[in-house]
Design a protein around this ligand. Structure first.
Ligand SMILES: [Zn+2]
Ligand SMILES: [Zn+2]
Length: 872
């Protein structure tokens, strides 16, 4: 037996075992394995990322599933990878350039992309290293990246095929444009700045409406009101002839719920060419788009006499002109947030430009059907409703992004003959005229590539053995926040290109919040940093906490004391194992086979079977918290609190060498099996201890997950043990309530509730006596002896003699004093909670806390009174 340290040190154990597992290839799934396949694809973290609490949570749950299935005899593949995260990554590198006083334009597209790749090689591995320290058993040999050659080929193939089938098209879309930088800005690149402005109320025939951007009036194609606004109902659907700066113009009146009837006059002008909301309204009502401001920030030819003028100059001029025509009702000062370019602070101009789209309706229909018919099962089921709602109202998907980092759109244009070519391979010359080509400058939305993840990572479009074995994958685990961004897209594209669903189950987990239920964020400083927590408490304690909290719902509250609690659990297991390991001297399994096990030996085996059954059931239905609770309750309360205590007696004062050997065997076998149950949750601690115990095989990671067989249950042993547990607990309670030192041996009479309990006590009373430190008398007629405390249990009554143990008079006085104190407290709390001003005004949690205190005090008072009565 190797030496075992007196306390658990995760920092020594964790890196050691992870390296061993990885080196021995345990994480690797072989396509030639005859075992049944089980596959999870990792939701690819951003390559720029570092491990945050949300990652830690989702990856812990996935690792638990993978380890469970791997042990349970499956050919388990956890497919890892990272996402190129277009906007986020480009932004990081642009920021670096900025520090060097450069822009991406200074470098040019090619050099900039080279620079991003360089950054990815140097810093992109952080998140992977951190996942390893979390214990993630991914098949790292298969690590993929959304921009690697294979996945890029998959992206091209999908684009071209969708194009060929008419499911990709170009259409107009409104974007954020910086007229100074001459570039489209993502929403991330638009900053909000408070500015003073004028709210100009303009007369539109019979209607009046306010605007801060009167120059866009030239691009109006409608006015809109809220559908329920009675004031304007009679105008809806009509066409108005409205006098304006360039003669009379014609405007439709539309009803749209995007209009806020309480803002301004409740009427808005609709300029689809220069406002994102108006653009959407325009789409809903088929309104024409008039672009009156150009990419240079100057008015276009459509602006008539204002053409060529700067947009802000036009704003002043048009107000003056309208004043002259009597078209201004009034002007009010107005302060509002304006979107400006993050780089040059120029006011951003929303402009309509051509974007690429995927037609989603034909893709969404089969994806809806897959969930309806149960081919994809969403857990918890409530999320299916949200999924249907979103998918049934799905809009076409704008897939082009005006970025440099990403999959460039595989479309080439010939300026000589105006032809356009969509191609799987790069084109150098026009296939029609051999003239020069230019490639579309946009890249694809990041979700376009991650939407292919379940099959692109397995080698598609090549027909690989991986695809054959592992597609469809078994389960996708993710938070509800990306159900649509990601899960829905994978469902649509998987069915389209593989002809089958990408996963059988989707497990949607909650999001982690702090102990007060607040969203964790760096700025609020309430974010739990997984790496520092793992450092302080050990990875296993952290993983177990996350699993124990993983109830199905929307939010999870994580406080540090929970993690501390599970570190104590880890230490408890360590200490239990130490006790077992230090008592194995002379252990001879052959001798154990010659005797028959005691009730306690049989009982703990039966309880282990029950815990195993509970765990398996919970794991198979994604109730991670129930699985964690099953192993926790068994290990802490049944194995440590009861069985170890009973076993000590047999180890230190054995009835026979055979009995001792059987106890040793039960201790070892039960612990070894329990460690296998625990392994998916606490991989490091379980491996460390398992290796020290007698075991079969090279690693707990690849040892079989325990099975619960019907013959593993021993109803008789459980029935015989019940009185032992009941009576010992009752005697201990009396001891603590009467404040009797644990060193004092008590005289106890037990009165069994029936002949069955009486039978159990024949062998059980000695165990009760030793665990409760009491001399036990079994009395079947059982009158209560004088001067004794009584406790009632389902197995019968317990009378604990207090005479000679307790100084009755002193104890009576103490109890009366305590009762008095409790009653005062009760009166005080009742008074407080009886005052409406307290109950109504104090925060709900304060009132709740006082109610709880009152309940506790009432219970205390009752217990004290019972004890006092027992003294006679
Ligand atoms: Zn700018
Ligand atoms: Zn050409």
């Amino acid at each position: 037996m190797s030496e075992i340290a007196d306390r658990y040190d995760p920092t020594r154990v964790e890196p050691h075992w992870y390296a061993v597992w990885e080196e021995r290839g345990y994480f690797h799934a072989d396509v030639d394995s005859p075992k049944k396949p089980y596959c999870i694809v990792i939701p690819p973290p951003n390559v720029t990322g570092t491990l945050h609490i949300g990652h830690a949570f989702t990856f812990t749950l996935q690792d638990i599933l993978i380890r469970y299935k791997r042990m349970d005899g499956y050919n388990a593949l956890w497919m890892p990878g990272t996402d190129h995260a277009g906007i986020a990554t480009q932004y990081v590198v642009e920021r670096q350039l900025e520090k060097e006083g450069k822009t991406k334009e200074d470098l040019g597209r090619e050099a900039f992309i080279a620079r991003v790749w360089q950054w990815k090689e140097e810093s992109g591995g952080t998140i992977i290293r951190q996942l390893k320290s979390l214990g993630a058993s991914c098949d790292w040999a298969r690590l993929r990246f959304t921009m690697d050659p294979g996945l890029s080929a998959a992206v091209r193939e999908v684009f071209v095929r969708l194009w060929e089938e008419g499911l990709i098209y170009q259409g107009d879309y409104i974007v954020n444009w910086c007229p100074r930088c001459q570039t489209v800005l993502s929403d991330l690149e638009v900053e909000r700045e408070e500015q003073d402005a004028e709210f100009v109320y303009i007369k539109y025939g019979p209607l009046t409406l306010g605007t801060v951007r009167p120059e866009t009036k030239l691009g109006d194609t409608a006015v809109a009101v809220h559908p329920k606004d009675k004031r304007y109902r009679r105008y809806v659907g009509k066409t108005l002839e409205v006098p304006s700066v360039e003669g009379t113009i014609t405007l439709q009146v539309v009803a749209d719920s995007a209009v806020d009837p309480k803002f301004g006059t409740g009427v808005i002008k609709v300029t689809p060419g220069h406002d994102p909301t108006d653009f959407e309204i325009g789409k809903r009502h088929n309104l024409p788009i008039r672009s009156v401001i150009g990419f240079d920030g100057k008015m276009t030819a459509l602006a008539g006499k204002y053409a060529g003028l700067d947009r802000f100059e036009t704003r002043k001029r048009i107000v003056e002109d309208m004043k002259g025509l009597g078209l201004i009702d009034r002007i009010e000062p107005y302060r509002h947030a304006v979107g400006v370019c993050y780089r040059c602070k120029t006011v951003v101009e929303p402009l309509v430009s051509k974007q690429w789209y995927v037609r989603t309706k034909p893709l969404a229909e089969p994806a809806i059907k897959a969930v309806r018919t149960g081919k994809i099962k969403i857990v918890p089921r409530a999320w299916s409703k949200t999924y249907f709602h979103w998918m049934e109202n799905i809009r076409d998907w704008a897939i082009s992004r005006q970025l440099w980092w990403g999959h460039r759109i595989p479309v080439w244009y010939c300026d000589k003959d105006g032809s356009m070519h969509v191609s799987r391979t790069d084109l150098n010359a026009c296939p029609k005229c051999q003239g020069p080509l230019r490639q579309d400058t946009d890249v694809l939305d990041t979700w376009f590539s991650s939407g292919l993840w379940p099959f692109s990572t397995l080698g598609w479009p090549a027909e690989t053995p991986e695809l054959k074995v592992f597609y469809p994958t078994s389960v996708l685990v993710t938070g509800f926040d990306i159900l649509f961004f990601w899960v829905a897209r994978m469902a649509m594209l998987g069915i389209k290109f593989m002809g089958d669903v990408p996963f059988r189950h989707v497990y949607i987990h909650a999001l982690i919040r702090d102990a007060e239920g607040q969203k964790m964020s760096k700025s609020k400083e309430n974010a739990v940093d997984p790496l520092s927590v793992m450092d302080r408490y050990g990875t296993d304690a952290f993983r177990f906490t996350l699993a124990a909290l993983a109830a199905q719902g929307r939010d999870i509250r994580l406080g540090e004391e929970r993690i501390e609690g599970y570190r104590n659990f880890a230490n408890k297991i360590w200490n239990a194992a130490r006790l077992v390991l230090t008592n194995l001297d002379g252990y001879d399994p052959a001798r154990a086979r010659r005797g028959s096990p005691s009730v306690a030996d049989r009982w703990i085996k039966s309880r282990l079977t029950e815990a195993t059954a509970q765990m398996r059931k919970a794991m198979d239905t994604y109730r991670f918290n129930d699985a964690a609770s099953a192993v926790y309750q068994f290990l802490w309360h049944e194995y440590c609190d009861w069985y170890l205590e009973i076993a000590k007696r047999s180890l230190y004062q054995p009835e026979s060498p055979e009995a001792k050997a059987i106890t040793q065997r039960t201790l070892v076998e039960t612990l070894e099996t329990t460690l296998r149950l625990l392994h998916p949750f606490m991989p490091f601690l379980s491996e460390e201890l398992w290796q020290r115990l007698p075991h079969k095989g090279d690693s707990i990671m690849i040892a079989p997950f325990p099975k619960a067989t019907r013959k593993g249950r021993d109803a008789e042993a459980e029935r015989l043990m019940a009185p032992v547990l009941d009576f010992v607990s009752a005697i201990r309670t009396v001891r603590s309530e009467s404040r009797i030192s644990p060193a004092v041996e008590l005289a106890v009479t037990v009165k069994p509730s029936g002949p069955e309990v009486a039978g159990a006590l024949e062998s059980g009373s000695a165990v009760i006596g030793s665990l409760a430190r009491a001399a036990i008398t079994v009395s079947r007629d059982g009158a209560r002896p004088a001067g004794s405390a009584v406790a009632t249990t389902p197995s019968g009554d317990v009378f604990v003699r207090l005479e000679g143990v307790v100084d009755f008079e002193a104890e009576r006085q103490r109890l009366r004093k305590e009762i008095e104190r409790a009653r005062k407290e009760i009166a005080f709390l009742e008074g407080k909670l009886g005052r409406p001003e307290f109950v109504e005004r104090a925060p709900a949690e304060v009132v709740e806390r006082e109610r709880e205190r009152l309940g506790e005090q009432r219970q205390t008072e009752q217990k004290l009174s019972t004890s006092l009565a027992a003294l006679g």
